[in-house]
Design a protein around this ligand. Structure first.
Ligand code: FO1
Length: 314
């Protein structure tokens, strides 16, 4: 099973998948467009959100950072006039320090990510979408902003007009993803309920990825990150409004209609199933709002069931 994920929503479904499959049967390919260099450290937010979530170390309130983490370093840094707009907990800093050290020693991001996740007890395979640098730039009415400046420093306030994934055109996609797509060996591919614009599109923008997803022999399904016109987390719906797109699940389904065989709608959006079907995509209605671990596992099982049915279908 291959999951494409970014952000908090994606990590939640990835956790459900990790509890529904043998560890070695799940590869989660993670967005790295949010990554940036900050305080001299290599910060990889979507990778860390996923690792902490699968390790059971995540902060359930924010979805990012470590549960129970402290801010002693941030407080001391503030007293020195350092940048504290991007909160780095004391425990979380260890991840950034060790990753920065190992990258500086010449290791690839995929190697470092795999080893650090393993050291935290994560069994599933976690891979950055590429070892090459890709940076999501957010075009707004206030000019172009780097991702974390838009997302955290400006708190998603500026109206977006578009996105640019700097470096995507020459970045090499995760080889295990491309091999599985070419050989048709994955049980299926899941686009997790992540923000399509900032979490999934960077992965699809890598050379050959979208075409490979469109032609792979195995089914590809997505889980809507929008329920009844609301995003479960983050600026997805705000971005749809600013891009003059309808704020509903169909906007997501139609955005990926070239690669999707199935699309999971929340029960609140059951009425949209017919429109999804009319796109030539198999709809499935399920409870997609994941509050508890049981919710995540139940949704993961429903998605796996849809993939198995699509794989068996003529
Ligand atoms: N998001 C915030 O809104 N404020 C923060 O201070 C913040 C710090 C942070 C530190 C480490 C990390 O892995 C993620 C962090 N995030 C923070 C989330 C980050 O902006 C992610 O890019 C978003 O979750 C979107 O994927």
């Amino acid at each position: 099973m291959i999951a494409l994920s970014g952000g908090v929503g994606g990590a939640k479904l990835a956790l459900g998948l990790a509890h529904s499959l043998p560890a070695e049967e799940l590869l989660v390919v993670v967005n790295t467009g949010d990554d940036f260099e900050h305080l001299g450290l290599a910060i990889c937010p979507d990778i860390d959100t996923l690792v902490y979530t699968l390790a059971g170390l995540d902060n359930p309130e924010t979805g990012w950072g470590r549960a129970g983490d402290t801010g002693a370093c941030m407080a001391a840094l503030a007293a020195l006039g350092g940048e504290t707009w991007f909160f780095l907990g004391d425990g979380d800093l260890a991840m950034h320090l060790e990753r920065t050290r190992r990258l500086g020693a010449g290791e690839r991001l995929s190697e470092v990510t795999a080893d650090l996740a393993r050291r935290l007890g994560v069994g599933a395979l976690i891979a950055p979408m590429s070892d090459d640098t890709v940076r999501t730039m957010v075009r707004t009415t206030a000019g172009e902003l780097s991702f974390q400046h838009y997302f955290v420093r400006e708190r998603c306030r500026p109206a977006v007009t578009g996105f640019h994934f700097a470096g995507a055109e020459r970045a090499r996609p995760e080889p295990r993803l491309m091999q599985a797509l070419a050989e048709g060996t994955a049980r299926g591919i899941v686009l997790c309920p992540s923000n399509p614009f900032i979490s999934l599109d960077p992965i699809l923008a890598l050379p050959g990825v979208r075409a490979a997803l469109a032609t792979t022999a195995r089914p590809v399904v997505a889980v809507s990150p929008v329920v009844a016109g609301r995003a479960l987390k983050g600026p997805t719906v705000k971005m749809m409004d600013e891009l003059d797109l309808p704020r509903d699940a169909l906007t997501v389904a139609s955005r990926y209609r070239d690669i999707l065989d199935g699309f999971v709608l929340d029960t609140a959006d059951a009425a949209l199933a017919e429109a999804v079907s009319a796109m030539g995509i198999e709809p499935m209605v399920a409870a997609t709002v994941m509050t508890t671990r049981a919710d995540r596992i139940a949704l993961a099982r429903a998605v796996i069931g849809l993939l198995d049915r699509l794989r068996a279908a003529p």
